[in-house]
Design a protein around this ligand. Structure first.
Ligand SMILES: C[S@@+](CC[C@H](N)C(=O)[O-])C[C@H]1O[C@@H](n2cnc3c(N)ncnc32)[C@H](O)[C@@H]1O
Length: 316
């Protein structure tokens, strides 16, 4: 005789079961009224012209006309922080968020239904603290993205962490030293990704067990070593790509910097496309990509398309 396992319901006392769980009551509460909800959309996927794939465009990602609607599977990036780095423009906070919002809207357009977004962001300042991640989340939800969650990147094992304690061993004004950054994760229209072409998963069991946790532990990389003021480690886009895309899909970084996302895409057998306004960084990324391909001993594996018609100014 087979006994039917009873469905659990979300408990009013906070001890939810996880097997065959019926959470419909929870999701129909008025709490969700003000959030975008999943849409019933047909999966469509447009092809990016070959000459625009595996390429970094030297121009602003506020306009990504080179990419058709519904053509990208994952966006992973770390935006400029507007904190006076050589590439920052000294915008007011509102102007800065508006610039990012123009990029996020373009991302929404180019992503396939169910396509994912991973935004790596650190918060700013202390007097007062600017919770940048909270403003970005608000803007993404306004645009209509569905939030999947947020990952805390614990970088406390990195060399040379801050010693700005504020008042040392005193309650007068002790200062928190951030040893974390965020990776904010969103989807366009649906949480589930269709995979009509039956592309392969490449994530291993150990990676899956580790990457589905909301805290990621790995060190930062040295800016000096990479040659860019604010690179993230390849590990960061690598994990996002492994978790959120299938083999041979397209990964976009609208703020490509030194090319770490492109290298992670090549490493995982995905295509990349990027935008970067600073010509020197485009050259740096191209050089690093070529070196990586030579290291792989397959310089022709990915036909690299250099942006010879870059429209950006030198070091804006
Ligand atoms: C935080 S860095 C990204 C670093 C990158 N993740 C890496 O690992 O090297 C942000 C980059 O965005 C570029 N940038 C700034 N405004 C831009 C825009 N409107 N469009 C495209 N790139 C832009 C900057 O030149 C800078 O290289």
């Amino acid at each position: 005789m087979t006994t039917k396992r009873k469905k659990t319901k979300t408990s009013k006392f906070g001890s939810p079961g996880r097997i065959s769980h019926d959470s419909s009551e929870f999701y129909s509460t008025r709490l969700y009224e003000d959030f975008p909800s999943e849409k019933k959309v047909k999966y469509v996927e447009e092809e990016i012209p070959t000459q625009n794939l595996n390429k970094i465009f030297c121009k602003s990602s506020e306009n990504m006309e080179d990419l058709p609607d519904n053509s990208v599977h994952l966006m992973v990036t770390s935006p400029p922080y507007n904190v006076g780095k050589e590439y920052d423009q000294n915008l007011s906070f509102t102007e800065y968020l508006d610039l990012l919002k123009r990029v996020w809207k373009e991302i929404y357009r180019v992503l396939v239904p169910g396509g994912r977004v991973c935004i790596n962001i650190a918060n700013l300042g202390r007097k007062p603290y600017i919770p940048l991640h909270a403003f970005i989340i608000r803007d993404m939800i306004d645009i209509g993205f569905l939030m999947r969650g947020e990952i805390i990147w614990n970088k406390s094992m990195s060399a040379g962490s801050s010693t700005a304690w504020g008042s040392w061993l005193s309650a007068q004004n002790p200062t928190l030293r951030d040893v974390h950054e965020y990776i904010l994760v969103f989807s366009k229209d649906t949480f589930k990704r269709s995979n009509p072409l039956k592309r392969e998963n490449t994530i291993t069991k150990d990676e899956f067990l580790e990457y589905t946790k909301s805290i990621w532990n790995f060190p930062a990389v040295s800016a000096k070593k990479v040659g860019h003021p604010a690179p993230f480690p390849i590990e960061l886009p690598y994990r996002c790509i492994q978790l959120y895309t299938f083999k041979e899909e397209v990964v976009l970084d609208p703020f490509m910097g030194s090319g770490q996302t492109a290298i992670a895409a090549i490493k995982t057998n995905r295509y990349f496309v990027g935008y970067e306004t600073n010509k020197e960084y485009v050259k740096l990324a191209e050089k690093r990509i070529k070196e990586y391909l030579i290291e792989l001993n397959s310089p022709t594996l990915y036909d690299y398309h250099a942006d010879t018609q870059g429209t950006a100014k030198d070091n804006p």
